[in-house]
Write a protein that binds this ligand. Structure first.
Ligand SMILES: Cc1ncc(COP(=O)(O)O)c(C=O)c1O
Length: 360
């Protein structure tokens, strides 16, 4: 790693990512495909892949072709599934780089038929999310029949994605039924059949006897929309440091637009992290954690700095956890921002260096 100057960093606990992987595998009793799109949900896709590959994991899913190629550069032999849409123009690169891709439209399949080179793909079926995939099951059955004669095309997998794995079970069951009906109509079942994300994996996967794999993202990172814990561990901690301190007298104002005014003599710590790092201004009035105690975020969050009200015994060079310990969890921050943990993790920008611990 190049030298790190700034005193703000993410601590990624690699050992916990692997523990979460094995825990989820134990719960669902299926092969787990780690979903490491969006820079492994902010953890660093290459570093997470490197570690999981060291642990023997051979198959990953990402969203973009760029994300797949980044992994491929270092790992010539692992399977990488692109879950987003690729275009006919991308067939040359996926074929050459042995990237497995998703086919969700007939037009791409038609282009594949006339392509000169090996292609490996999974067929995406839209059973109710209405995002990507074939809606009409007859089109899928016809495609599988047709591909039988195309020796350069391997239909390795078939999958769908749930719209309500964390909410409406009835709707999910309708999606499951549509998918199972379609599978029943396929003459030959592909090698890989998968439907569940983290939430569905934890809650329902054991009942799905028609699947072979699950696609797990947020659960690897110890988070899930389920409030039950399932024994998953924290993997992401965002830290900063007090780099300057100010003593305010009663009536002194703080920061842009002077939104905060000291009521009494108060000590303020300045942290080198701001909205350009993903700590958006809506975090004002939230909390950080110092020595396992919560302290309030005060004043406007700036692009590169933010303020925390601190006691007398906290001083320059003290480490401050912005999120990811037991005092300020990522769930707490998601709740504060009225969003989901996925968005909180993805918001932490490239400016914040990621460091890796617990490589066991
Ligand atoms: C198609 C697909 N499969 C699997 C996942 C993984 O979902 P989760 O992070 O909830 O496990 C995602 C993430 O959004 C996805 O889009």
């Amino acid at each position: 790693m190049s030298k790190r100057y700034r005193k703000t960093w993410v601590e990624v606990n690699l050992g916990h990512i692997y523990d979460n992987y094995t825990q989820i595998k134990d719960i669902c009793q299926k092969e787990v495909i780690p979903v490491i799109k969006a820079n492994a949900y902010g953890h660093g896709a290459v570093e997470v892949a490197d570690y999981l590959i060291e642990k023997g994991i051979r198959c990953f899913a990402v969203s973009l072709l760029e994300e797949a190629l980044e992994i491929r550069e270092k790992h010539p032999d692992v399977d990488i599934l692109v879950m987003g849409v690729i275009s006919a123009d991308d067939l040359t690169v996926v074929s050459k780089q042995k990237i497995t891709f998703t086919v969700s439209q007939k037009s791409l399949y038609d282009a594949m038929k006339s392509f000169n080179g090996p292609l490996k793909c999974h067929i995406k079926v839209d059973t109710g999310m209405h995002r990507l995939g074939f809606i009409n099951p007859h089109d899928v059955v016809a495609l599988f029949d047709d591909a039988h004669d195309e020796s350069h095309i391997v239909l390795e997998g078939i999958y769908t994605h749930f719209a309500t794995s964390d909410s409406d079970r009835f709707y999910l069951e309708q999606q499951v039924q549509k998918f199972k009906d379609l599978l029943d109509n396929l003459k030959i079942k592909p090698k890989m059949v998968h439907v569940s994300n983290t939430s569905a994996t934890l809650k329902y996967e054991k009942q799905f006897i028609f699947t072979t794999h699950v696609r797990v993202g947020i659960g690897l990172f110890g988070l899930s929309l389920e409030k039950e814990s399932y024994g998953l561990k924290n993997t992401f901690k965002l830290n900063s440091t007090i780099v300057e301190e100010k003593t305010l007298q009663p009536g002194d104002k703080l920061g842009y637009s002077i939104t905060y005014e000291a009521k009494e003599k108060e000590k303020i710590g300045v942290l080198p992290i701001g909205y350009a790092d993903g700590i958006i201004r809506k975090n004002q009035n939230g909390f950080v954690s110092i020595n396992n105690t919560p302290y309030p975020i005060v004043g406007r969050i700036c692009m590169d700095q933010m303020f925390v009200k601190i006691p007398d015994d906290v001083t320059i060079d003290e480490t401050v956890t912005i999120m990811g310990d037991d005092i300020v969890t990522i769930d707490d921050v998601a709740e504060r921002l009225d969003t989901i943990t996925y968005e909180v993790l993805c918001q932490i920008t490239y400016r914040v260096p990621r460091t890796y611990t617990n490589r066991k």
